[in-house]
Design a protein around this ligand. Sequence first.
Ligand SMILES: [Zn+2]
Length: 117
Amino acid sequence: MSKEFFGALMRLLSNPWQPVALAGPQPCPYCRFTGGSAQLRFEDVEISVGVNNLFVPARDEAVVYIAPSLIAHYIDAHDYCPPAVFQEAVLDCPEMRSFAYLKRIKENGLAVMRPAG
Ligand SMILES: [Zn+2]
């Protein structure tokens, strides 16, 4: 896995767009005693981990990958290597919250679900 990929992942995670906010902070289940750090820093980017989810649209197919922000910690601390298709999507992802990003999210079929009432 390249530093370029990890840097791109960290940039996307620094201010991730997400259609819904889910439950509160999630500790790392693999850090035996501490639950891992809630902050992660790489080069000039610092992110919070354990709260947000990352939505990454694929380029060539109607897929939106969803990963917990803990993915950066899993990669950094626990030797996790995400699938190549996810790494390619991250490297190819338009700037977070840009028009191009939101357009690709919509084109790939992610719809915001509203509770039936
Ligand atoms: Zn951990």
